[in-house]
Design a protein around this ligand. Sequence first.
Ligand code: HEC
Length: 348
Amino acid sequence: MIGSPILATWFPEAASTHAAGVDGPFYWIYIAAVLALFLFAGLGGIFLWIFRRQDRNQLGAVTGPLNPVFLGLWVLGALGLAVFAFVAGFPGFIDKTVAPQGSYGIEVTARQWGWDFTYPNGHVADTLHVAKGFPVRLTLNTEDVEQGLSIPAMRVNQAIVPGLQSEAWFEATTPGSFELRGSIFSGDGFTDMNSALVVHEPADFTAWLASVSDIFQGRTYEEVGEILYSRLGCKACHTTTGHKLVGPTFLDMYGFEFDTVEGNKITVDDAYVRESILTPNVSVIAGYQPVMTPFAGLVTDQEIEAITAWLKTLSSKGGVEAGAEAGAEESPEAENTESGDAAGQEEN
Ligand code: HEC
């Protein structure tokens, strides 16, 4: 009966090891419920017919005490159904609750209205990719309101409560692309939370992760620099808008001259940016504390070049091309003029 065309429509394709533990109990409970419906509705109908009033003067029959055998059967039957549902569902529940040792960990961040999936190497994607045949453990957090993650083909459905870290896991058994969506209404952009789970063959998964993790692939140095600004956390201390945070703004930094606390003057060029990233506290800009994290060992040379290229686009002294671009964003005439220079100095 299971897998018949009518019943099969209840669940999507079973593509994870959880399916047996979920689908089996579901269909048995479903069948029991349908049988109970017919039994009670049928008996109700039959008794209505048998015990109908047959002439106008007939009074209701006086009933004796309840038959203890029927009463006992009724209680035991109902209890038996409940115990059966529990016993049938419990192993699957335990299996879904505890991820196996050595599962592949992916962090899931839900927000209004989208998903971030963060891989162990730091790569962040908005679709979930996994390898077939490997257990995957999801640690789930929400940035704002209560959310829910549902991957029907994996039989995964997990609420994500603000301030609580939840977990879910699954092992995909079939390669392909499957539906992934929010399962708890979280506002009017809720349907934007429809995304996808892509299950790869193990070798393809490794290749996929390697290619997407190379942030230089398909991007200019300037674009990579901007990504690194967020990813490396420069954003916490440096703005691109002219506002001063813990550190000086990146707007009009490259190519400009600054005083250091020792009273020297430095001009921000490629070498100085490099030094500032690797060993920031060697020369400290006047008016700031030597609190910048040294990034030596955390960034590659290529990444420093990318950050430098991006800093140039934020500066009116960032070179011909970049200068034109940065100038265009503010006022077209402000390129490299003395007033622009003075304004830059003042901001810092
Ligand atoms: C914890 C806060 C903090 C973080 C994070 C941080 N910086 Fe800084 N940064 C500072 C402070 C404070 C200064 C000014 C003092 C100094 O020169 O060390 C500074 C100075 C600099 C300077 C020289 C500024 C100038 O006007 O000459 C550069 C370039 C720079 N940071 C780049 C970066 C980059 C790139 C990142 C990310 C990879 C980053 N910083 C992350 C706080 C931070």
